[in-house]
Design a protein around this ligand. Structure first.
Ligand code: ADQ
Length: 489
């Protein structure tokens, strides 16, 4: 480790992710406005203080001119961010195409988009070429900013080709890669025409991490079955070179949420919400508006619950907050209209002149409003069809110290493996089961709520985002030392 002012300096960490943790809006020829963006990775890494971290990624805008690029680079530097400039065509093919139209649905077991399956098949190669090109552009920027001793931590399915590009620049670079989505069964992964190239590139990293043991196991099986490599308890071995593969379940900055509840603006929001929904139990869903989050399934299950339990109809309200994402992708536009249509129908069916059973908001909430909502909720509903981990379930638990509400959680979210019996686990496709779980949760006696909450709270406050990042990076450092020792033997 390097030294600074007589003390060991923090290790430099280059966090490479598709998107920077800020969104940029151009305000003039050479002026930019920056705003923090919402998302699981951002939320998790904001809590990490042990490293001297810099972010490398795309700022989410196309900047074709030099003046704009220079001004944006300067503005971002103040936030310790380094931009990768991608042009519109690359973004279309790499991000909207290969990442979001192919890898994202496939990794979440949704297959390839049904309607344009043939079109996807035809454009597959050009999209994969753009994906590789974009990954190479990320590698170029990392290489320009890399200093000896840095740890380079690559994130997510957008950058599976990056470890290989980085190692080609410098085989001594310490490279870790972490996947935030599920890694599917090898039977699913083998459908990808580029299946082998992607796996080969990922195992160029020194350490490969997943949220759960199952995802890690699927990855090792894909390497053994598709690449014919040897799987070991440590990871994957290729001609004497070991790539360590392990599970590193992510957490949240729980203290930030626990402390927030006592802040005056949060207390103020809570007071308003309690008045607004007095006499009714509050159920809550907070999701990005994405197919994988199972929002239509959740709402249909709530409808079934109202249908079967007339005694609850005017005593419960479902607040569904859904931030729109990937709004230029047709499947996401279709999902938005589908959700609106179902909500409208159910509100028409069960609403009265003074109250409706579902409040659906298509927008992001600020941190204080979000914490207040979590805190006044009686039952949170997380019904993802697949989800790498799901941080909303953890955030809800962290804000429930006094209310001790119930969490209904999809068994297909990584969080189900960490929280287990603390939550009510459901199959989100089975709306009869989810409807019955809603009833069970609303009727749950206080002592059972307390017991489940304590279990969840302990997990969320001990397995934090800080601990997640520190463990991954220290494991990466150790992996490299061990590899050096092995080569010396
Ligand atoms: P996401 O799919 O974005 O993350 P999730 O883990 O639930 O999913 O995180 C979402 C984050 O966005 C949370 O911090 C939440 O507070 C915030 N958020 C969501 N809706 C919001 C709203 N309406 N207003 C304000 N904030 C909102 C991906 C994977 C997950 C994995 C994470 C981290 O898909 O499975 O848990 O990365 O690895």
């Amino acid at each position: 480790c390097q030294w600074q002012d007589g003390r060991p300096a923090k290790q430099r960490l280059l966090v490479v992710a598709n998107r920077l943790p800020v969104s940029a809006t151009r305000k003039g020829e050479d002026s930019w406005q920056l705003e923090m963006s919402v998302g699981g990775l951002v939320t998790a890494l904001l809590g990490v203080k042990e490293f001297d971290a810099r972010w490398i990624g795309w700022a989410g805008v196309n900047v074709a001119d030099d003046v704009g690029q220079r001004a944006l680079t300067k503005a971002l530097a103040e936030k310790r961010c380094i931009p990768v400039f991608l042009d519109e065509e690359i973004v279309h093919q790499y991000y909207n195409g290969y990442c979001n139209n192919i890898l994202w649905p496939l990794f979440h077991y949704l297959g390839l988009p049904q309607e344009d399956r043939l079109a996807t098949t035809r454009s597959f190669q050009s999209q994969f070429d753009a994906y590789k090109k974009a990954n190479q552009m990320f590698a170029d920027v990392v290489n320009q900013h890399y200093e000896e001793g840095d740890v380079v931590w690559c994130h997510d399915y957008h950058l599976m080709f990056l470890p290989k590009c980085l190692k080609e620049y410098n085989s001594k670079m310490k490279v870790g890669w972490f996947l935030h989505t599920p890694f599917p069964s090898s039977e699913i992964h083998r459908n990808l025409p580029s299946r082998s190239e992607l796996l080969r590139s990922v195992i160029a990293a020194d350490l490969v991490g997943f949220h759960t043991y199952d995802y890690a196991r699927h990855f090792v099986s894909a390497c053994t079955r598709i690449l014919g490599l040897e799987g070991t308890p440590e990871g994957v071995e290729d001609q004497g070179k070991l790539t360590r593969v392990a599970a590193f379940p992510i957490g949240i900055d729980s203290e930030r949420f626990v402390r927030a509840i006592d802040l005056p603006p949060v207390q103020e929001h809570m007071k308003e919400l309690k008045q607004r929904f007095a006499g009714r139990k509050v159920m809550l869903g907070v999701d990005r508006l994405d197919m994988i989050k199972g929002i239509p399934q959740k709402i249909l299950a709530f409808e079934k619950f109202l249908e079967e339990n007339p005694q609850w109809r005017d005593k419960v309200v479902l607040l569904q907050i859904a931030v729109p994402t990937r709004t230029d992708v047709p499947d996401y536009q279709k999902l938005t209209s589908q959700v609106h249509e179902i909500v409208g129908r159910i509100n028409g069916r069960f609403g009265t002149l003074t109250a409706v059973p579902i409040h659906h908001l298509d927008r992001s909430l600020d941190f204080h409003a979000l914490c207040a909502l979590y805190a006044v909720t009686d039952v949170a509903l997380v019904t993802s069809l697949r989800d790498g981990m799901n941080l909303v379930s953890y955030e809800f638990v962290a804000c429930q110290a006094s209310k001790k509400g119930v969490l209904i959680l999809s068994e297909f979210a990584g969080a189900a493996q960490s929280l287990g019996a603390g939550a009510i686990l459901v199959n989100p496709w089975n709306i009869t089961e989810v409807a019955a779980s809603i009833k069970y949760a609303l009727d749950m006696p206080a002592d059972e709520r307390e017991k489940r909450h304590q279990h969840n709270f302990k997990h969320v406050t001990t397995h934090t985002s800080q601990e997640w990042a520190a463990t991954f990076v220290s494991e990466l450092n150790d992996t490299i030392v061990e590899a050096q020792l092995r080569t010396r033997q």
